[in-house]
Design a binder for this molecule. Structure first.
Ligand code: FAD
Length: 279
């Protein structure tokens, strides 16, 4: 039961997630934990999400595991009440700072882009350990990357998973790849750590070339992949001794949901993450 979902989602409980992280750490990978929530209608749900993340940070620390956390600002109420959302995330980031951890602000669809970047900047100005995500499909990303790299903000670069209009986003696969390559070089030329989040062989090959060409030290980058996706590629990078972090989602609501969906149609496995990111 749930074998397919279990491949992409660590399970229902924090214990399940910690067990998955323990296995990844033993294999030489780090992790970033994502507590899956339902679509938020009420601010009390954002507060519950924040409590779930606090428990996750404490659990990771108590178990001595190598993992930080990734959060979606809308799950903290970004679209309901921006000030209260910022206060909740600040609380989590302060806890992360005390525990020597880090909070990654995932990037959602374009109405969230400016607000998410602004929040990240504000928290960094307060000395909090946060970073943000840039999406190579957005036309604005080259500009954002140049500015954020100059400010020393840690960035994860991904292609982007939401459906965005052509006025603001490249639609063509090759254009998105070309922008990814260009933006990656801008980020690698900066000073902060860069998360190279992709399972695309062409982009992984290009990243390997850029890392060698720019002589980027190990502490300045990491590859990032989703749990259960393209494990042979991930294992190859680990064998080459590249730093690598795996994105580990867990949570009761989603586990049940995806088990149901995958039972109905196992071909949906590849779409679990698309749905999870709301795209
Ligand atoms: C660590 C991490 C964090 C991310 N965070 C964000 C974020 O904050 N915001 C955002 O918009 N997007 C995020 N994404 C998603 C990202 O934007 C892409 O949609 C996703 O990674 C697919 O793009 P790709 O570069 O792997 O290339 P693709 O060309 O889409 O995939 C390359 C190959 O990888 C395999 N593959 C890729 N994804 C999956 C999957 N889900 N299930 C099964 N097989 C798959 C397929 O074999 C595919 O042919 C994240 C991705 C990763 C890896």
């Amino acid at each position: 039961m749930g074998r397919v979902a279990r491949r992409y989602i660590a399970g229902e409980t924090l214990e399940d997630a910690l067990a998955a992280i323990r296995r990844l750490n033993a294999a030489g990978a780090e992790a970033t934990l994502d507590v899956l929530g339902e679509f938020i209608r009420d601010f009390s749900e954002a507060e519950a999400t924040a409590r779930g993340y606090e428990a996750a940070l404490d659990g990771i620390h108590a178990a001595g595991l190598r993992s930080n956390v990734s959060i979606k600002p809308t799950a903290f109420g970004l679209l309901l009440d921006e000030a209260r959302c910022a206060a909740l995330i600040r609380g989590l980031a302060e806890r992360a700072r005390r525990l020597g951890s880090f909070v990654r602000l995932d990037m959602e669809d374009s109405p969230c882009t400016d607000r998410t970047i602004a929040m990240c900047r504000a928290f960094r100005a307060e000395g909090l350990p946060v970073g943000v995500v840039l999406q190579a499909y957005l036309r604005r990303t080259e500009r954002d990357a140049a500015a954020l790299a100059a400010e020393g903000v840690p960035i994860r670069l991904c292609k982007g998973i939401y459906r965005e209009p052509a006025e603001i986003a490249f639609q063509d696969r090759e254009e998105i790849r070309a922008n990814y390559r260009k933006v990656l070089r801008i980020l690698l030329a900066g000073t902060a750590k860069v998360g190279i989040a992709t399972h695309d062989d062409a982009l992984v090959d290009d990243a390997r070339a850029a890392l060698a060409e720019l002589k980027v030290p190990r502490e300045r980058y990491e590859f990032q992949m989703l749990l259960g996706v393209r494990e042979p590629l991930r294992d190859g990078l680990l064998r080459e001794r590249h730093p690598l972090r795996v994105y580990v989602p867990y949570g009761a609501a989603w586990y049940g949901y995806s088990v149901r969906r995958l039972r109905e149609n196992p071909a949906l496995a590849g779409h679990v993450f698309r749905a999870m990111f709301g795209g």
